[in-house]
Design a protein around this ligand. Sequence first.
Ligand code: SAM
Length: 463
Amino acid sequence: MNLDEKKLEQLLGLVVNELGAASNAALVVLGDRLGLFRALAERPMTAAELADRTGTHERYVREWLSAQAASGFVSYEATDDTFSMTPEQSAVFADEDSPVAMVGGFSLLPAVYHDEPRLADAFRTGKGLRWSDHCNCMSCGVDRFFRPGYRAHLIAEWLPALGGVVEKLERGAKVADVGCGHGYSTRLMAEAFPNSEFIGIDYDDASIGCATAEISGVRNLRYEVARAQDFAGSGFDLVTMFDALHDMGDPVGAARHIRGALKHDGTLMLVEPTAGDSLADNLNPVGRVYYAGSTHICLPTSLSQDVGLGLGAQAGEKRIAQVLRQGGFSQIAKAAGSPFNMILEAGPCRPRTTRGAAARSQSGRMLRTQGENCRDRHHLPPPSRPRLAGRRPVPLVLEAAGCARPPQMARILDAHGGGVTEADLRRGLGYCGAAPVHPGDGRNHPYDRLAAAAKSAHFAAVG
Ligand SMILES: C[S@@+](CC[C@H](N)C(=O)[O-])C[C@H]1O[C@@H](n2cnc3c(N)ncnc32)[C@H](O)[C@@H]1O
């Protein structure tokens, strides 16, 4: 066998690093459990001081600190034999409230190591492993892994990226969070929008037990054990699913049921793992975390249920959109994203209205864009932005004959008017090619530029 020395060296270097990482992961869990990271984040300490501060044994703590220093997770000062944490190390390992807290991701690893023999059996039989089959409170680790992202983005970015949803939540809306797990996302929303009613739904009764235990005085929130494909209730303004659709055995059935449970102008907000549409797109560190987690957890969960579609955690936007379309959603667009999540917005397609048809015939040529054959007009509330003195905010709804997504609309409008960016458009854009905009000051305001570009592109302007 001819081995290329250089390639072999590179591979071995990688593998040594991996062995260290895999073995140290258990020590990160231990350090989190014993409060070692949190105590060290307070000030620089010797091993003896940290042991004293945390009620642990000095010799063990010294070895643990050495492993963390070699991993780059804590810092070491040889001159006075002290250990410390930089603000960045603290943000990742010691501060549960930080937007970049990552210890939660480590805390689900004991379960996947412990469950490896059962997974090996599943590989042989093709059968699945239910969510509740995993040990060591795997769901607690999943919950902790996702919390920082939800805390950082859900209320501030993701909900405002959906057309008209925040306004409905502020007025009072009915919301279901399906596959809610320990219910953190549901609770965040319930606390932020006290006029709305929230129900968190999950088929795992242990998770719902944990969620319910944390309700503590949030009155507009309850949880229920039920399946996504047949939970009770209807007339929802908003249904959310956080990192759950791809875990389901029958995601098409779930989408179809949710479609039926939504109001005619309701919205499905789907949070799914960030992924490209092909394996080649996902060969990167985030894809690696998700493919591994998917093999351990997501895929076996799906294969343990009826239908057993087995989407996997890196299904990608196209495949997820296909599932939603099969479930009866026709208006699907990517609304936002973060390093770990992509946020899709989907709405039921409604029949064409007479007003829409009239507007089309008056406007002459209609622009056809690629996408689903959804011809309906989606009137959205005006975007929140400062009102212009002396001008009545009359929404202008732009309409395309197909389902144009923000990037497509931006490209089309930019080509016709120049200077209209996707960001301009997102400020006022709902799905299915409808952009409600306000008149600006008539000069170089983005909304005026948008309206001028739309006119030139022969979009139908309604309202
Ligand atoms: C990755 S966890 C996400 C949990 C939670 N949404 C979060 O983000 O922390 C996926 C969740 O989907 C739930 N689930 C899987 N299949 C389900 C089904 N058919 N109906 C309802 N919930 C399901 C699991 O019990 C689990 O809580």
